[in-house]
Ligand binder design. Structure first.
Ligand SMILES: *Cc1c(COP(=O)(O)O)cnc(C)c1O
Length: 423
């Protein structure tokens, strides 16, 4: 519509020809998004899983205000600064084992690109030129840039559409059972010498449909990667900072990844920042007399002081407020509230892990109607794939969470009965 408020905006993942006019956000507060027309929505998805402390937390706002007046940004080439040094040191302490070398990026996708580049160059630096591919998993999601798309699920990553343009990777099933474990190990074996690293989202494949696997399965993946002599990348971008019940998801499996990617909730959801964290051994492979052995990457806004100040303030809140306890409380309520939905017609599965609750349906029809019904109920919720899910701020109140799960319980049966078709 020419002249419409969004006449110059290109929306993400949206067919612009027939997209409904988007809602207009004016303010945020606590777990709420307040629209220009004053309607208030409880954010059931924490702004793409970022706002773990709720919105506008005063501690983060204050830290950013202070940083804004001192030094909002400065380039990271040849200069370092206290907010970045402090953040890197804190992450190194929080992360287990030798994961202690932090490379900052400006988005999760770029952190994944950096992890992939690090992996290939790790081998190149040792004279191994053949390891230029990755093993990744069905239903995985690692970002929207090209290399990240190539390790994303072939359907989700639109591998067919972009065929010839994306590097071809080795895609395996998550080894949940004996058959898939055999396939996974066989693929690792068949592509021996070609694979630089295995990349996995630990415990929950989020964007691929909130598909969950247990710690033993994750341990199996890590062990197989080790046996095959390839690197292991854990992409924690969606699950980091408490989402699955522990600060980092991979620690539940007691594994030792070579690289982990952090993002989304790293700043508490106020500003973009991501990080690729490598082990001391991996870092050492880049030390050389040869200049070209150095890591060849450097995003313009990497380690932005403003973003680092926000992340440092976010980490403070994990110490000063009971976040992991809140996640455990949310998990218990989600289990209680969502269990009855399993028997609804059209519902295939109900899954809960930490502060993630997902209802998988056989087929996601009438998506716009479904979203509109949730908005009418005062809930901001974005179903995708074949799941209707919530990933609320950890500070969501029990009453707000009840409103979210209550709306699911009320709207799902009407949606399953295709009431929309009768309207
Ligand atoms: C969101 C996400 C990314 C990409 O992060 P962006 O900041 O959107 O580029 C990568 N990996 C996982 C697991 C994610 O959930």
């Amino acid at each position: 519509m020419p002249g419409a408020p969004t006449a110059h905006i290109w929306l993400p993942y949206t067919q612009m020809q027939d997209a409904p006019e988007p809602l207009r956000a004016a303010r945020t507060a606590g777990s709420r998004i307040i629209l220009e027309d004053r309607r208030e929505l409880i954010d059931a998805v924490a702004s793409w899983w970022t706002a773990c402390h709720g919105y506008n937390h005063p501690h983060i706002v204050m830290a950013m205000e202070k940083q804004l007046h001192t030094m909002p940004h400065v380039m990271f080439g040849g200069l370092v600064h206290e907010p970045a040094e402090k953040l890197a040191a804190r992450l190194a302490v929080m992360l287990p084992g030798p994961l202690n070398r932090v490379f900052f990026a400006d988005s999760g996708s770029v952190a994944v690109e950096v992890a992939m580049k690090m992996s290939v160059q790790f081998w190149l630096n040792q004279g191994d030129t053949g390891r230029t591919r990755f093993l990744s998993f069905r239903d995985g999601y690692h970002g929207d840039t090209l290399a990240a798309m190539s390790v994303t699920d072939p359907d989700e990553g639109m591998h067919a559409l972009f065929k010839g343009y994306l590097p071809e990777q080795v895609i395996a099933p998550i080894p949940r059972d004996e058959a898939s474990a055999d396939t996974f190990r066989q693929l690792l074996h068949d592509h021996q010498g070609e694979i630089a690293a295995v990349i996995v989202e630990p415990l929950v494949q989020c964007a691929g449909g909130m598909k969950m696997h247990d710690a033993a399965t994750l341990k199996g993946i890590a062990d197989a990667a080790k046996d095959a002599g390839v690197l292991l990348i854990c992409d924690e971008i969606a699950v980091n900072f408490g989402r699955t019940g522990t600060l980092f998801a991979h620690t539940q499996a007691n594994i030792a990844p070579d690289i982990i990617c952090l993002g989304k909730a790293l700043t508490g959801g106020v500003i973009n920042l991501a990080a690729t964290v490598a082990t001391a051994d991996l870092f050492d492979a880049f030390l050389s007399d040869r200049a070209e052995a150095a890591l060849m990457h450097g995003p313009t806004y990497m380690a932005s002081p403003l973003a680092c100040a926000a992340a440092n303030a976010s980490l403070d809140l994990f110490d000063s407020e009971p976040r992991l306890q809140q996640v455990a409380t949310i998990e218990a309520q989600l289990k209680r509230d969502l269990a009855p939905l399993a028997s609804l017609p059209g519902v295939v599965d109900v899954r809960v892990k930490g502060a993630i609750g997902a209802v998988q349906v056989s087929e996601l029809h009438n998506l716009d109607w479904l979203k509109a019904q949730f908005v009418e109920a005062g809930i901001w919720l974005r179903p995708f794939g074949n799941v209707i899910y919530t990933m609320p701020p950890y500070t969501v109140t029990s009453a707000e969470l009840s409103a979210i799960t209550g709306a699911m319980a009320k709207i799902l049966p009407r949606w399953a009965a295709r009431e929309i078709d009768a309207e």
